[in-house]
Ligand binder design. Structure first.
Ligand SMILES: Cc1cc2nc3c(=O)[nH]c(=O)nc-3n(C[C@H](O)[C@H](O)[C@H](O)COP(=O)(O)O)c2cc1C
Length: 369
């Protein structure tokens, strides 16, 4: 998950090219095995497929969110650091583009969190995701009082149980393969640790999912559905800058690296993004601060603050301004599976078709995918 700066003026999304064949309507895709395996997730979300478009700050706005919901997935608006009035606008604009359900992702560290929850309540948002750390009790209560369903991130089994006791209606387990702010554990391990221990809970798996075969495996392990970010960031409907999308299409999985911390005194929040000149400069900045700290030229607090603020505005720089060299091109390892700028509906249709085929194959048969 990722906190980010407030949304400002946004470029319009491009429409699919005139030659593009229209994707099948979500209702026309026959996926009986996947439907059965994800029945709880679909009922919880109210969507055709139990596929959440993970909120991505600056990227998950009205165009992408409505496109995901219209294609049968479940779009989620990324509030990031938007002030309440802008969030209200974004919700209204999304609703004007889709009559299907969608959610809103709020970062718990946002200084105006209570007002943002009030905006969601006023707009009768059906699903709220609280991201960015353990959600505070009053925030959980406020979301529940609004009648919305609450989703929260569980980084381990103990926190998963705690969140369910505290009132979370569903959980997201996000592996370290994901783009944006990440935890230390891979989805392969989280899924084994958490899914069998909580068979009654509605749990969505996220991080590194690029193909329907992975969706099939995860629902067979007990997930009620999945959440994908990276695969949707470079779609036709995404308003991300063409250079941002191009960087996604070019990058292999190994280029999506977690940020490195050089010194235990200067904490770095782990973020997965494409390696670029900015990542190198960040290392140089940390080296410089460590040296200055050791020479007594700067206080520990000042050094920490400089490191903490280094990436401020960097995601906007990459997504909106297209500076993919110095901005933060947050991307998950599944970026290696992004090879074309496709319409959202095509991505979702391919994912569910692959998942259905994988579920239909006898155990042990090769996928050929
Ligand atoms: C560019 C970018 C921005 C993101 N911003 C947020 C955010 O604001 N809030 C959040 O909860 N997660 C955020 N995420 C994480 C996604 O919601 C999602 O969980 C993640 O991308 C899933 O892993 P994947 O990228 O491997 O599909 C972001 C991810 C990316 C790539």
């Amino acid at each position: 998950m990722t906190a980010g700066p407030a949304a400002g003026a946004r470029p319009a999304a491009r429409a699919a090219g005139p030659g593009a064949a229209p994707a099948a309507a979500p209702e026309e895709l026959a996926t009986p095995l996947l439907d059965a395996a994800t029945a709880r997730g679909r009922a919880f979300l109210g969507s055709r497929f139990a596929i959440l478009g993970g909120a991505m700050t600056w990227v998950s706005e009205r165009n992408l969110v409505s496109a995901i919901s219209n294609a049968g997935g479940f779009g989620v608006i990324a509030c990031g650091a938007m002030p309440p009035a802008l969030l209200a606008e974004e919700i209204a604009a999304t609703r004007a583009r889709t009559d299907r359900p969608f959610g809103v992702n709020l970062i718990t560290l946002h200084p105006e969190l209570p007002d943002l929850i009030a905006v969601c309540a006023e707009a009768r948002v059906s699903h709220v995701v609280l991201a960015g750390g353990l959600p505070p009790g009053p925030a959980i209560a406020a979301v529940k009082d609004s009648g919305a369903r609450l989703l929260a991130f569980a980084p381990n089994l103990a926190v998963a149980r705690k969140l369910l006791r505290a009132g979370a209606d569903a959980l997201i387990i996000e592996g370290s393969e994901a783009g944006g702010h990440i935890g230390p554990v891979s989805l392969a391990v989280l899924a084994q640790e958490i899914l069998p221990a909580l068979p009654e809970a509605v749990i969505f798996a996220a991080g590194g999912i690029g193909r329907g075969t992975a969706i099939a495996a995860l629902v067979q392990m007990g997930a009620s559905g999945v959440q994908l970010g990276t695969r949707f960031a470079a779609t036709v409907e995404s308003i991300a800058h063409p250079r941002f999308k191009e960087a996604f299409r070019r990058a292999p999985a190994r280029d999506a690296v977690a940020s490195v911390q050089l010194d235990p005194r200067l904490p770095v929040i782990p973020v997965r993004a494409l390696r670029n000149a900015g990542t190198e400069a960040f290392l140089a900045k940390q080296r410089e601060m460590v040296e200055r700290l050791e020479r007594g030229e700067v206080s520990l607090e000042a050094a920490q603050l400089e490191i903490e603020h280094y990436w401020a505005g960097a995601l906007r720089r990459a997504v909106i301004e297209g500076d993919v060299e110095h901005g933060s091109v947050m991307a998950g390892q599944s970026v290696g599976m992004v090879t074309a700028e496709e319409p959202v509906a095509d991505v979702i249709a391919a994912l569910v078709t692959e998942a259905e085929a994988a579920l239909a194959r006898p155990a042990g048969a090769a996928s050929g995918a």
